[in-house]
Every structure is written in C-alpha cells, then in structure tokens.
Design a binder for this molecule. Structure first.
Ligand code: HMG
Ligand code: MG
Length: 289
C-alpha cells in the first residue's frame, strides 16, 4: 500500500455510513468481503464500522467482529465511529488506527442522532480524546448538518465553524464537514467553508457529501478551491443516515475518483478493483431482507 503520496485522499465510508442504512442487516461475512475488496483497491483509509449502541443502529451490532477480522496493513488506516468512551474502549481493546467522533451543527439533529446537546456531545468526547492521545491513535471529528438539517433547514455557517473549532480544540486532527442530507448547493458549501476557513486551515478539513440532488461533485470542486484534499465517499453510493430522513446515498467512490483524476488530482486507487467493489456493493444493496 505504501507508495507515492496521492494529491487527494479518499476516506471510504461505505462499510459504515453505507451499510448502516441498509434495511436488511448485511451478514458479517459479506461486509468483510466488501472491506477486503476496498483494501485491494488501495483505498488508504477505511471507516469499517461503528461502535455505537446496537439498540440505535442494529446494522452495526457486529462491530467487534468486523474490526477483529479486518487485519491491520501497512499504509492502511482502519477507522471506526465511536459515540462515547465505551465505544472507544471496546475498539481500542481490539486495536484500531483511528477513532471518529460525531456531532452536529444542528441541535435537533444531535438529539435525534446521539440523544444529547452539541455541548454535551463535546463533553462526552473528552474522555475519547484522552484515550486516543494515550493510545497514540488518530482522532477524527464529524460535523453533521454542516449546510442543511433535515429538521431545522439551513444551518448558519458560523455554527459550523464553532463546532468544528470545538472538535479541533478537543484534539481532532481532522474535521469532516458533512452535508448529511445532500441538500447543499455549491453556494451553500462556499458560504460554510468561507466561515470555517477563518478558524481552521484546509489541511485540518475533509468534506463528506451525500448526493441526494446530484450536487456532490460540484460541491467537491468548491472544496478543492479552498484547498481541501480529503473527501469521504461510499462505494457504490451506498448509504444515508438512519436519523436523517431524506439522506440518500453518499457520494459514490468511483465517480469521485474519476472526477478527481480527470481534473489532474491523483488518488492512488486501483480503478479496476474499485469497479469490482462497486459491483459487489450494488449486489449487497439489491438483496432482499
Ligand atoms: P442513549 O440511549 O442516550 O444512552 O444512547 P445510553 O447510555 O442509555 O445507551 C443506550 C443503550 O446502548 C444502553 O444499553 C447502553 O449500554 C448501550 P442498555 O443498558 O439499554 O442495554 N450503549 C452502547 N452499546 C454499545 N456500544 C456503545 C454504547 N453506548 C451505549 N458505544 C448513544 C446514546 C450515543 C449511545 C446512542 O444515541 C447511539 O449509539 N447513537 C448512534 C447513532 C448512529 O450511529 N447514527 C448514525 C451515524 S452518524 C451519521 O451517519 C452521520 C455521519 O455519517 C456524517 C454525516 O453524514 O452527517 C457521521
Ligand atoms: Mg454520512
């Protein structure tokens, strides 16, 4: 996996953000087969599962098995979503390269998704950050509803900058700004990034677009203009969020890679294997519960 550093880094979130939203609970073996293809496609960063409550997201209940059965590899960062200290402790007991905490720029969405206020979520992440530091693993932070909220509508760019700043102060080395329901237009992304840009350098930021209305690649171009070089995507455009009505699939990995490469940005991925992974992901989606 080691080699020339690509211009743009893809964070593949399909096994987590994609499969958490499938009606059928995808069997562990099928998830592992997908993850294995994604590794073979040379994707350097994989968000493989979520150590969240199985009562809240039963699709991720096999998180321990997924992490245990995804072996570490040179140049591969295995990331898992954690909502609290308990999730972090369970993941660290197995071994992982990155913990990802997640909050929101919208209070209503924070309540629906993690059952607390934004301020409480940051407090809840404090012990997670301490554990990450102590164990020498990376800490990533998500700001959901960075442009639009399914419950509150448009979100103030200033609110996004505030939450991103709080996550950075906590110790997140990278903040992923998420258009959770894919409603963001390039103008909305521009306003949001212009606000966050005043607080954090582009090297600390990633963008996470969903493609509900077909704006995701245009939004990527806006983010590239701000110097952002890390993008989240899901193989086959899998996904959505169980607590975000209207959230269609994530930005699909293969079209993202093709888009970036056509603009002269290398991604270091193996396109033929990515195509196989896309077909495999489409098969997972097509199966009945
Ligand atoms: P709660 O009900 O407020 O808190 O949930 P709780 O402490 O009472 O926990 C409820 C139950 O879960 C308890 O079990 C806990 O033990 C257990 P019981 O005692 O009733 O048997 N529990 C756990 N189990 C396993 N692992 C854990 C854990 N913690 C508690 N870590 C909580 C609060 C945060 C736990 C819950 O709201 C939760 O898990 N939420 C996760 C929701 C989620 O995963 N949403 C989707 C991901 S976010 C997303 O998709 C957005 C993103 O992609 C970016 C974007 O696009 O916007 C990141
Ligand atoms: Mg998402």
């Amino acid at each position: 996996m080691a080699g020339i550093t690509p211009d743009v880094t893809i964070v593949e979130v399909g096994p987590r953000d994609g499969l958490q939203n499938e009606k059928r609970i995808v069997p562990t073996e099928e998830k592992l087969a997908l993850i294995s293809l994604l590794c073979a496609a040379n994707l350097p960063r994989l968000e493989i599962t979520a150590f969240v409550s199985p009562k809240w997201v039963p699709q991720m209940a096999d998180h321990e098995a997924i992490l245990r059965e995804t072996p570490p590899a040179d140049g591969l960062i295995r990331s898992v979503l954690v909502p609290n200290e308990r999730g972090a402790l369970s993941a660290l007991a197995i071994g992982v390269e990155e913990l990802a905490v997640f909050t929101s720029a919208s209070e209503t969405f924070a309540h629906k998704n993690i059952n607390c206020t934004i301020t409480e979520s940051i407090e809840r992440f404090t012990p997670v950050a301490a554990l990450a530091r102590r164990c020498g693993v990376r800490l990533r932070g998500y700001v959901s509803c960075a442009v639009e909220c399914p419950y509150e509508g448009p979100v103030a760019p200033r609110a996004v900058a505030d939450v991103a700043g709080a996550l950075a102060e906590l110790g997140c080395i990278e903040i992923s700004l998420a258009d959770t329901i894919g409603r963001a237009t390039p103008a909305g992304v521009d306003a949001m990034l212009s606000s966050v840009n005043g607080r954090l350098p582009p090297g600390r930021l990633a963008c996470h677009f969903h493609d509900t209305f077909g704006h995701a690649l245009d939004n990527v171009d806006v983010a590239l203009g701000y110097g952002i070089r890390v993008f989240d995507s899901a193989i086959g455009g899998l996904g959505g969020c169980p607590y975000a009505p209207g959230a269609a699939g994530n930005l699909s990995t293969l079209p993202l890679v093709m888009h970036l490469e056509s603009r002269g940005f290398s991604t270091g991925t193996d396109i033929a294997t990515l195509q196989q992974a896309e077909e495999f992901a489409a098969g997972l989606r097509g199966k009945q519960p």
